[in-house]
Design a protein around this ligand. Structure first.
Ligand SMILES: *Cc1c(COP(=O)(O)O)cnc(C)c1O
Length: 405
């Protein structure tokens, strides 16, 4: 039976059902029967790209997260018309600012871009000449204060602007670090250690009238974090769009003080020349980011959390027949990746394989499964699985472990 035949049969079936319902005095069904999706080519297959099941946490190299259906709808429905990108950024930003109860907001090409634009904005303000010159401003380099324990790979987004990072330790060290060149103080929210806590960091920077920036890229859930740090007093805050907010991977949020957001926009596309021009966000991603945030804020977060727990319990039950195996639902304390996963342990004398070998076997299979692990523990992430993948993951782990008994 070819596709046309299937469609024909389906529509006959629809007619027959409707006629049958009408005959029985029932209302015709409100929604038409589902039509099979058009036979689109499988581009994964066409290009020989391996499909991956992410039984871990959001990772950039694994394409972030899967976009919410509302996001795809926003991308598709807005792709047939042109828009003025200045107007779109302004209107989307105003709406996001309203949703997040903050002065101003914009869509960036991810949190790393937001760090760069926030730094650039702190350096240039609305000064057109500075915007043109950055990262090659004459004179001493602008300085950004960071705690030593907060240094991380992403701070290259700071130095890309030409700024240099001044490392500080403790409140006294921070107090002494300000100079004529200081333009911003950057706080990495998910750092393992803070030598200056949030409130004190803010108080010191405010005393020196220097804008504060908080990187909370991976720090939802909980949803409250989207509101917490602007309330605390940070001038700029960023979250990734492509992590648990489940927007486009190449989008992110930058929000906070209005003058700084306006300055960040001046340093960004669609202007031709500024430092942010190579970090363009397209029209559909802007609409998509807005749709993702709207959907994220409207979600029943308790229900979603319970679903995650159910998934972990389901996998645990499926594995429970394996001798010596024990499981534990572990909730990462965060602030990044603060959600439940399933930890799996077994007696290595009895089941002769290590978590590392299980991870390798999962990865080599088809579809490839990427799970996590700490040394002697296998960690199965549940929050990024499609509902139909929960059983696939459970079965594959079970097969691998049973094989090693
Ligand atoms: C993921 C992440 C980034 C980068 O975010 P993108 O949206 O991928 O640019 C920056 N900082 C932290 C702490 C992150 O976790």
């Amino acid at each position: 039976m070819n596709r046309r035949d299937i469609l024909k049969r389906l529509s006959l079936l629809t007619l027959a059902t409707t006629a049958f319902n009408n005959m029985r005095g029932l209302a015709a069904p409100a929604a038409p029967l589902p039509v099979p999706p058009p036979a689109v080519p499988d581009l994964f297959a066409e290009l020989g790209v391996t499909k991956v099941i992410n039984a871990n946490v959001t990772m950039t190299f694994l394409s972030g997260s899967l976009m919410q259906p509302e996001v795809l709808e926003a991308i598709n429905s807005t792709s047939h018309d042109f828009a003025n990108m200045f107007e779109l950024q302004d209107k989307v930003g105003a709406k996001i600012a309203e949703m997040l109860k903050v002065e101003a907001a914009m869509v960036t090409s991810g949190a790393a871009c937001a760090i760069l634009l926030g730094t650039a904005a702190s350096i240039t303000g609305a000064d057109k000449e500075k915007i043109r010159q950055i990262p090659n401003l004459p004179g001493p380099r602008p300085e950004v204060i960071m705690q030593k324990s907060h240094r991380y790979l992403f701070d290259q987004a700071v130095t890309t602007t030409g700024a240099k990072i001044v490392e500080v330790e403790g409140p006294e060290g921070m107090e002494k670090a300000f100079s004529e060149q200081t333009v911003m103080a950057l706080f990495f929210n998910a750092a393992e250690k803070h030598s200056v806590m949030h409130e004190e960091f803010l108080a010191i920077a405010k005393r020196h009238k220097v804008p504060t920036f908080l990187d909370a890229a991976a720090d939802v859930p909980p949803v409250e974090n989207l509101f917490k740090f602007q309330k605390m007093g940070f001038d700029l805050v960023t979250f990734s769009g492509g992590k648990m907010i489940r927007g486009p991977q190449s989008a992110g949020l930058l929000f906070g003080r209005k003058d700084l957001i306006e300055a960040a926009k001046l340093n960004h596309s669609p202007y031709e020349a500024p430092i942010g021009r190579p970090m363009k966000v397209n029209k559909e991603e802007m609409f998509g980011m807005y749709a993702a945030l709207k959907s994220y804020l409207a979600r029943d977060h308790q229900k979603e959390w319970n679903e995650w727990l159910e998934r972990a319990k389901h996998i645990a039950t499926r594995l429970s027949t394996i001798p010596t195996l024990t499981t534990e639902i572990v909730v990462d304390p965060g602030p990044a990746n603060a959600f439940p996963s399933l930890a799996v342990d077994w007696d290595h004398q009895r089941i002769k394989t290590t978590p590392k070998e299980v991870l390798a076997a999962l990865k080599q299979g088809n579809p490839s499964i990427v799970a996590g692990g700490h040394q002697n523990r296998l960690m199965i992430g549940v929050v990024l699985l499609r509902p139909d993948q929960v059983d696939i993951v459970a079965q594959r782990v079970k097969d691998i472990l049973e094989h090693a008994v």
